[in-house]
Write a protein that binds this ligand. Structure first.
Ligand code: HAM
Length: 448
């Protein structure tokens, strides 16, 4: 290659996406392991749905007029396979609830008759403006509980149980100061009446609102309540409240959810404006937040969820009331790192690496000992030990320095050792150095 030739440009991760590297990924794994462990205690099983789906699923499930569907989806026309075939519109999933309900319908899980308690952990995609805690590819840890009415899927106990499980999970992860905000958006009928009242109340004032809210006032007045536009807050605060439009059964349902939470000692506040940004919600809606300054900036919603009693029917399925939530895993990690400095990437010995050193570092003395070293490593690893192998060309000093960083012991394999079926082992903790028969090495390293 001539020196004149231009170096190719460096390719970077796409805006709004990130690489997660070790050792930070150890914290992600700890969070996911804890979530799996807690979910198992509550009888949940894992579901994995495809990362992309038919665009119609989100248009019908999440709602055409939501920000997610109208502005934030990664959608493309997938090439037709044959001339006779039409191209299909596909979308990277912006959330997982619609996919789970589609799978519930497709696999006739209702025929099982019991309550389906499903959880998922996976990436979601939204074309939002990237900032701290907001990415275009982000991770959610979520659950969905749904089933035929006869399985108890409509019961307020399900709502309270899901919320109590979240409180337990956040506590076990060590998240401090979380707050639970709760509301009821009523039945589909309640929402219809409330929508009409909102539309009427917005009619005389909407001209004074921002462009987005003017559009929402026309197309989907409920979405006006999510608006963060500072200039419009006074008008929004004066709008009718959903609580005044709940029918008796929704009102009783909400009261029962609150009573069960009180009985469990899970604290919450009722926020009458919490309608959430997705159209499928009915009755209970909720968000968990952390106070400002806990790592999330303005993106303080750690997780959100609610009940979606009509979603299955909206997707052409049987009646299958349900409730679920999704935790923003990226946000959860930011909070954990902020709340405990020792978990930060910059900390010298992060606690969340579990300060776990390997059991042994094998140092071959001379390239001729490389093969024997790898064979020894294989034996030790198969016995369950964690081992790294150096290289015979390294000087002894370099081997010792590297070994001290990553392992608790160095195992030196020189010409003598290989000839006599032994190894020289030095423990970094005690400084003790011994020569042992290879047959006793596993035992020694386990104890050291
Ligand atoms: P959501 O409120 O749209 O609800 O998202 C849930 C959580 O995902 C948010 O509270 C936030 O922590 C996280 N999140 C959302 N967008 C981003 C982003 N761009 N970057 C980082 N984190 C983000 C849902 O998705 C519903 N499917 C939840 C649900 C399940 N409802 C019932 N079942």
């Amino acid at each position: 290659m001539s020196t004149q030739q231009k170096q190719p440009g460096i390719l970077k991760a796409v805006r709004g996406t990130r690489d997660l590297l070790p050792p930070e990924t150890a914290l992600w794994n700890r969070v996911e392991a804890t979530a799996r462990e807690v979910f198992a205690r509550y009888g949940f099983g894992e579901i994995r749905t495809p990362v992309f789906e038919d665009t119609q699923l989100f248009a019908r499930g999440v709602g055409e007029e939501t920000d997610i569907v109208s502005k934030e989806m990664y959608t493309w026309e997938d090439r037709a396979r044959a001339q006779s075939e039409k191209a299909q519109s596909l979308t990277l999933r912006p959330e997982n609830t619609a996919g789970v309900v589609r799978a519930y319908i497709e696999h006739k899980l209702d025929a099982r008759g019991d309550l389906q308690k499903l959880f998922y952990i996976g990436p979601q995609f939204r074309r939002e403006r990237p900032q701290r805690g907001r990415y275009r590819q982000f991770w959610q840890i979520g659950v969905e509980v749904l089933g035929p009415v006869s399985s108890g899927s409509e019961s307020p106990v399900r709502d309270a149980e899901v919320l109590e499980m979240l409180a337990t999970l956040l506590d076990e992860l060590g998240v401090r100061g979380w707050e639970l905000a709760l509301n009821s958006v009523g039945s589909a009928e309640d929402r219809k009446r409330y929508n009409a009242a909102l539309r009427a109340a917005l009619e005389p004032v909407k001209a004074r609102m921002c462009e987005d809210n003017q559009r929402r006032a026309e197309t989907n007045p409920l979405r006006v309540l999510d608006s963060k536009e500072p200039a419009d807050q006074e008008i929004i605060d004066g709008l009718p409240k959903i609580a005044d439009f709940l029918d008796d059964s929704s009102r009783e349902h909400f009261a029962a959810v609150r009573a069960a939470l009180d009985a469990c000692g899970v604290a919450y506040t009722v926020n009458p404006r919490l309608v959430r940004g997705l159209d499928y919600y009915t009755r209970t809606t909720f968000e968990f937040t952390v106070p400002d300054g806990q790592g999330l900036g303005t993106q303080n919603a750690l997780l959100g969820g609610g009940r979606y009693d009509g979603l299955s029917e909206m997707l052409g399925g049987p009646k299958a009331p349900g409730i679920g939530f999704a935790i923003g895993e990226d946000r959860l990690i930011l909070v954990l790192q902020e709340q405990d400095g020792s978990r930060s990437v910059d900390a010298p010995h992060p606690e969340w690496m579990w300060a776990k050193k390997l059991d042994a570092y094998i140092a071959p003395m001379g390239a001729e000992r490389n093969a024997a070293s790898l064979a020894l490593a294989r034996e030790l690893r198969r016995a369950g030990l964690s081992v790294e192998v150096g290289d015979g060309t390294f000087r002894l000093k370099k081997s010792f320095e590297t070994a001290d960083k990553v392992a608790r012991n160095i195992v030196i394999l020189g010409e003598d050792e290989v000839a006599s079926g032994t190894a020289t082992v030095k423990s970094f903790a005690t400084g003790a150095q011994v020569k042992v028969a290879l047959s006793g090495l596993t035992k020694l390293l386990r104890q050291a």
